[in-house]
Write a protein that binds this ligand. Structure first.
Ligand code: HEM
Length: 474
């Protein structure tokens, strides 16, 4: 009989649980090295920092909740994994929260036959609308004119451009998938925008991590993780209404937008043995295009505002390494600035998770089938072996001594390989047209006495903290 006081009992229980957890979840034998086996919780981006690859090498492992993940660092390793052995890493891991929402459908979180068919269709339809006969260029420029009107209404006074940019970029996806845009003040549209913002925030929260680690328990418990489900279901309902309206006045001989094209595809594939085209898949695909295509581009543009102001200050205070381009043609420099904004803002720092579909040899280790892989894009975009001044804003990274634009292999903000961003071409077109139009129409400055803050918030994307900026018409 032992007379334990409450403190000792709690201490004993804690030590027992931690030791049992440590023994049960020891790192598998052939695994890449990494910190001790205790699970990491919280902000993944801050846990996957530079010091770990310095200590454990370019391929290391971490425990997240109940699963092991392997983090890949630097260009050569990412290329070897995502491109050279791309087939083995073409799948996404089964994350319960994402699976509950997407039901394994759509493009971003699907695998196998569904992913192959839906991705191929999405790519060809984006090509058709983005660069084919029905080009999105005029749509983007028209949206810019609405956006510029909103900016001008602030008459050079400080304002936060976040909402306007979000509305503008989301409207481009709306035009692509629904065939129409929304007015910026439209209540329905504002609601859709706020759902996306809230949903993404919750998706990256500790609640989402708990849900992914203990799905059976969390499905039964109340909490913000239930709100995520509710929010995404509301977005899907919103899309379902649009699909219903499209079906109502659909003319197969004139496909106006993504939904029309998809309805034709459903009809064409009917009766085929391996057909994956149906209305539920359509809803999740449209959802995916919004999820991946709105926040990303508008966040990059918000960073662009800060870097423009920042670059100007750097130049004035003399710390900028910007080459002198005054006498040179505008476009290569503009192109270099946009690339540098994307490199520095690093908005999808850990890409999206992949999973090994077979055992794979990487960096001298064998990683077994079924392990989650995190391609650390930050380690490539800020690698001192790849970039002359990795931590400074320097458009010269993309210019040769003659001022001509040069491509850099290590520029991979869209990731690489089989799962490379599906919207890369559209995003590049949006960024180029919006950015050059903004430069043409406005002069940017911070409100008097305010310095730009380059701090960020990590949701699914790395976004700047809210800020105000002054846009004066030129
Ligand atoms: C996937 C970046 C814009 C649609 C991804 C991935 C990254 C990325 C890093 C993960 C790739 C991987 O798993 O290895 C970006 C950036 C953007 C952008 C930096 C803008 C600046 C867009 C746009 C769209 C889009 C405009 C849609 C129109 C997608 C889709 C996927 C994806 C559907 C999933 C692809 C798959 O799983 O097969 N993106 N993206 N993205 N992106 Fe983008």
């Amino acid at each position: 009989y032992v007379n334990w006081d409450v403190k000792s009992l709690l201490l004993f229980t804690a030590v027992f649980i931690l030791t049992a957890d440590y023994i049960k979840n020891r790192r598998p034998g052939s695994f890449p090295p990494g910190p001790r086996a205790f699970p990491i919780v919280g902000n993944l981006f801050t846990k996957i920092d530079h010091s770990k690859s310095e200590r454990y090498g370019d391929v290391y492992s971490l425990r997240m909740g109940q699963t092991w993940i392997v983090v890949l660092n630097r260009f050569d390793v990412l290329k070897e994994a995502l491109v050279d052995q791309g087939d083995v890493l073409a799948d996404r891991p089964n994350l319960p929260l994402l699976q509950d929402i997407s039901q394994g459908l759509g493009v971003i979180f699907s695998n196998g036959k569904i992913w192959k068919q839906q991705r191929r269709f999405a790519l060809s339809t984006l090509k058709h609308f983005g660069f084919g006969k029905k080009s999105l260029k005029p749509v983007i420029l028209e949206e810019f004119s609405y956006c510029a009107k909103e900016f001008k209404s602030h008459k050079g006074k400080p304002f936060d451009p976040h909402l306007i940019l979000n509305n503008a970029v989301s409207n481009i996806i709306c035009s692509l998938v629904f065939g129409h845009r929304f007015e910026y003040g439209d209540e329905k549209f504002m609601e859709l925008m706020s759902w996306f913002g809230k949903g993404l925030e919750l998706e990256a929260s500790i609640w989402a991590q708990l849900y992914n680690s203990f799905p059976l328990l969390m499905r039964r418990l109340p909490g913000p993780h239930q709100t995520v489900q509710h929010i995404w279901n509301s977005v899907k309902d919103f899309i379902r209404v649009e699909v219903k309206e499209h079906k109502h006045n659909w003319d197969p001989s004139d496909n106006r937008d993504y939904i029309d094209c998809y309805l034709s595809e459903i009809q064409m594939n009917k009766g085929q043995a391996d057909d994956t085209f149906d209305e539920e898949n359509l809803v999740v695909c449209v959802f995916d295009l919004f999820l991946a295509g709105s926040e990303t581009t508008s966040t990059t543009l918000r960073w662009a505002f800060l870097y423009m102001v920042q670059a100007e200050i750097d130049k004035v205070v003399g710390t900028s390494r910007q080459p002198s381009m005054e006498d040179r043609a505008d476009l290569p420099y503009t192109d270099a600035v946009i690339h540098e904004i994307q490199r520095m803002s690093n908005i999808v720092p850990l890409s999206l998770p992949h999973v090994t579909t077979r055992d794979i040899r990487l960096g001298g280790y064998t990683i077994p089938k079924g392990v989650t892989i995190i391609p650390n894009l930050t380690s490539v975009l800020f690698d001192k072996n790849e970039w002359e001044t990795p931590d400074a804003f320097n458009p010269g990274h993309f210019l040769n001594p003659e001022g001509k634009f040069v491509k850099r292999a290590a520029f991979i903000p869209f990731s690489a390989g089989k799962r490379v961003c599906l919207g890369e071409n559209l995003a590049r077109m949006e960024l180029f047209l919006f950015f050059t139009s903004l430069m043409q129409h406005f002069t940017f400055s911070m409100p008097a006495g305010v310095k730009p803050v380059m701090d960020f918030r990590f949701g699914i994307t790395l976004s700047p903290l809210p800020y105000e900026v002054c846009l004066t018409s030129r």
